[in-house]
Design a protein around this ligand. Structure first.
Ligand code: GTP
Ligand code: SAM
Ligand code: SF4
Ligand code: SF4
Length: 337
């Protein structure tokens, strides 16, 4: 198993299969790659099925236990079922999707070996949903969640980005997961680092305080030091789980981050927020293995190392100012500033 210089074992990879999307959520960070808008047709730079499978196979040899397939919208890939089917034995395969393509495909994905799904849902009414996602697909998403549950992907996590445009809907979504079996809620702190608009951020401590009052019990997940709140339905015995993902300016979160990322065009990234990437393209398995070693060896905790606190503010560590944007077999090919 690979371990970085801060003692963090590499146990998971997050793999973006495309940067295309059929939605245009106002907050989207697109896994660190900028805009998702543009043509829906597959792009040449996307990894092929075989390339995806090769990277997964090397990761499995390095004892990576789980892969999260994401995007852009990963369900725009028609070979998604094949990718899931060909993922290495023993590697947990999960998916994060906007849910609009799950109706009709959820069952096939389960047959192929998909074990979990997270579905983004920021509101419980179509108008609010349309305003945030610039899409009229609210009903499809709700059907998608049902399809996932029917296909046996229980529990389904609903992902909600908490920012100025959604914070008022938090109580409704919390009630929904408390009332309905098989659902969990993940409240994700809005990350302005890549998406811009820092003024949209809301104080995540207030969300924690509100949940603390509402919950019967609270647990902390090892990964990312994430809090999990267990809430009861107002009028019944159901219990729902609400997890808070709060990475922004949170050194504790980064301290137990066991993930690296693969971009849709086949580059390895040691951190969602760090620009430095390592292209893997059509590399052999041995070269991909070497890329994993290099990227993991080069990891830094984003907050606390790449960003350091100075006079109460987080600023970029002088050591990394001007660090290369792209590294190719250890060679610098471009500078980011
Ligand atoms: N900064 C940062 N944000 C993360 C990280 N992991 C998840 N997030 C945020 O949470 C969003 C949703 O993540 P998902 O992939 O659906 O879920 P997950 O956090 O992997 O949770 P599990 O399904 O339980 O593994 C991501 O797109 C990010 O915005 C991380 O390692 N660092
Ligand atoms: C980039 S999307 C890709 C997968 C899929 N299209 C979806 O929306 O679920 C992955 C997750 O990132 C979250 N996300 C996007 N932009 C974000 C931001 N600026 N801050 C926090 N989370 C964000 C989304 O809500 C979603 O749950
Ligand atoms: S559905 Fe996902 S990838 Fe698409 S715009 Fe929304 S958050 Fe971004
Ligand atoms: S180091 Fe921190 S910011 Fe980077 S991916 Fe991990 S948790 Fe996210």
């Amino acid at each position: 198993m690979l371990v970085d210089g801060f003692g963090r074992e590499l146990t998971e990879i997050r793999m973006s299969l495309t940067d295309r999307c059929n939605f245009d959520c106002v907050y989207c960070h697109n896994e660190g790659l900028g805009d998702t808008r543009g043509p829906m047709a597959p792009r040449d730079e996307e990894m092929t099925t075989d390339e995806v499978v090769r990277v997964l196979s090397v990761a499995a040899d390095l004892d990576v236990e789980a892969v999260k397939l994401t995007g852009g919208e990963p369900m725009l890939r028609e070979d998604l079922e094949e990718i899931v089917r060909r993922a290495p034995d023993g590697m947990e395969v999960s998916l994060t999707t906007n849910g609009s393509f799950l109706p009709g495909r959820a069952e096939g994905l389960v047959e192929a070996g998909l074990e979990r799904v997270n579905v983004s849902q920021d509101a419980v009414d179509p108008e609010a949903f349309a305003e945030i996602t610039k899409s009229g697909a609210y009903d499809r998403v709700v059907e998608g969640v049902d399809a996932a549950l029917e296909a046996g992907l229980d529990p389904v996590k609903l992902n909600m980005v908490v920012f100025e445009g959604t914070v008022e809907y938090v109580p409704q979504l919390v009630d929904r997961v408390a009332e309905r079996d098989g659902l969990r809620l993940q409240l994700i702190e809005y990350m302005p680092e890549i998406a811009g608009h820092p003024e949209w951020a809301v104080d995540v401590d207030r969300v924690h305080e509100w949940l603390d009052d509402r919950a019967d019990r609270v647990e902390t997940r090892e990964m990312h030091d994430r809090k999990r709140y267990f809430v009861r339905a107002e009028d019944g015995d159901g219990e729902g789980m609400v997890e808070v993902v709060d990475p922004v300016e949170n050194a504790d979160f980064c301290e137990s981050c066991h993930r690296v990322r693969v971009t849709h065009d086949g580059s390895l990234k040691g951190c969602l927020n760090r620009p430095r990437v390592h292209p893997m393209g059509e590399l052999s398995e041995a070269e991909i293995r070497a890329a994993f070693h290099e990227v993991v060896g080069d990891r830094v905790p984003y907050y606390g190392e790449f960003m350091v606190e100075e006079d109460g503010e987080w600023v970029r560590n002088d050591e990394y100012v001007g660090e290369p944007l792209v590294v190719e077999h250890g060679r610098v090919t471009a500078d980011d500033d």
